[in-house]
Ligand binder design. Structure first.
Ligand code: GLY
Length: 399
């Protein structure tokens, strides 16, 4: 399907129509989803959600969509459905095995969203408690936030993650910076900045591609090296990781006012542009060999597009109007590519917004589970909605 002439000539009308389709999809699916938290779609042609037994890092992306819906419609039902997750959020904070760097995703898009939109003090306290838990993962000597928490029973795995950081964590720093803004407690900011600078030094390579993860010796904090977890290879460039970095550093530039983070987001974008296919939808790894299946990752496209709108706002703030226009155009091109080829909002039976996201292709192979390589993902959906709202000029969201 291609853009009609009218749509091409009138971006705002075009994005309004996506927004309205997204709202209709959310309204249609909210009673089906209920108080559950979507984890991943059933498969390439199965547009229904599966849910975690108890907890998964994805637990707040649908909640984030509900809060975005509340933000733009003011309809109480979305606020109430967002708050239906509060007991689960509290349980996350009370369950040591569930505490990991993902606290930022989980609480920025729920408790912080609630507080920002309604001023609810209980929500604010929930957000601050989550920020404290995230800060407690910061290694003050090594200057990094530990990514994961090991479950029981696998000593080798537990040891292998003792000094591990991951690029995804760039999205979680906004929770710490928000807590700093709310409390003036410097340690929140120090942990966020320390982690961002360590990531810049070790995860970002000289050519501005990124490792997915990087290990430090937990005893000495000396750098050990980069590894992948969801990318094709240790030295490849997982496209969602590059997207987390583009969005994360743009967001950090906005929140701290430090232009070095905007500069980095620009360089990460320049690298992405040397690799992205002509359709402007990322393949799941930017350095994937030609003889591998070229699965798309629309979630990487959605995160990148949303990040580029932030970057455009940041450079606009520096007075660089032409550059801002270019980033906005690029963000729009990536967003239109999703709408035209992967949007599910007008499919009455689809429970999510975007098809063709890749959770983890290596794990799809290991577990012989196709939906890990190609399915709907709640984070693809959340960032798609975020990108559409940013395209429409909303720039005060939840991070
Ligand atoms: N944060 C995990 C992922 O992006 O799949």
């Amino acid at each position: 399907m291609s853009l009609s002439g009218k749509e091409r000539n009138n971006n705002l009308e075009y994005f309004e129509s996506i927004k309205n389709d997204i709202l209709r999809s959310i309204e249609r699916n909210a009673p089906i989803i209920g108080a559950r938290n979507p984890m991943i779609g059933g498969g390439p042609d199965d547009f229904t959600w599966t849910y975690p037994e108890e907890y998964f890092w994805t637990d707040s992306f649908w909640t984030g969509e509900l809060w975005l819906a509340y933000m733009i419609t003011g309809q109480e039902q979305y606020k109430n459905m967002g708050r239906m997750r509060n007991a689960h959020l509290q349980k996350i904070l009370d369950t040591p095995l569930w505490l990991n760097h993902d606290l930022g995703f989980e609480f920025s898009l729920s408790a912080v969203a609630d507080y920002k939109l309604t001023g609810c003090q209980e929500a604010k306290q929930l957000g601050i408690k989550a920020a404290e838990a995230l800060r407690s993962r910061y290694n003050w000597n090594g200057k990094y936030i530990l990514a994961w928490t090991a479950g029981s029973g696998n000593k080798a795995h537990a040891e292998s993650i003792q000094g591990k950081i991951i690029i995804d964590c760039m999205q979680n720093l906004a929770l710490l910076l928000w807590a700093y803004q709310e409390t003036n407690i410097e340690s929140f900011k120090e942990a966020a900045i320390g982690h961002a600078d360590t990531t810049m030094e070790y995860i970002v390579r000289a050519d501005y591609s990124t490792y997915h993860t990087y290990d430090f010796d937990p005893a000495t904090n000396k750098p050990v090296g980069g590894k992948t977890h969801q990318g094709y290879a240790d030295e490849s460039c997982w496209s969602r990781g590059q997207a987390w970095a583009i969005h994360g550093y743009a967001q950090l530039a906005l929140m701290t006012g430090d232009s070095k983070y905007a500069d980095l987001s620009e360089k990460l974008t320049a690298y992405m542009l040397t690799k992205i296919t002509d359709d402007f939808v990322p393949v799941w790894d930017y350095l994937l060999p030609d003889d591998e299946i070229q699965y798309k990752d629309t979630s990487a496209g959605a995160v990148t597009s949303a990040g580029l709108y932030i970057l455009a706002d940041v450079v606009d703030g520096y007075g660089e109007k032409e550059k801002a226009k270019n980033y906005r155009e690029l963000a729009t091109k990536m967003l239109v590519a999703l709408r035209e080829n992967y949007d599910l909002t007008r499919d009455e039976s689809a429970q999510g917004l975007l098809s063709d996201s890749a959770s983890s292709v290596p794990h799809a192979k290991l577990r012989d589970q196709e939906n890990l390589a190609n399915a709907m993902l709640p984070y693809g959906d959340y960032y798609y909605f975020e990108a559409v709202l940013r395209a429409l000029g909303h720039n005060k969201l939840f991070w």
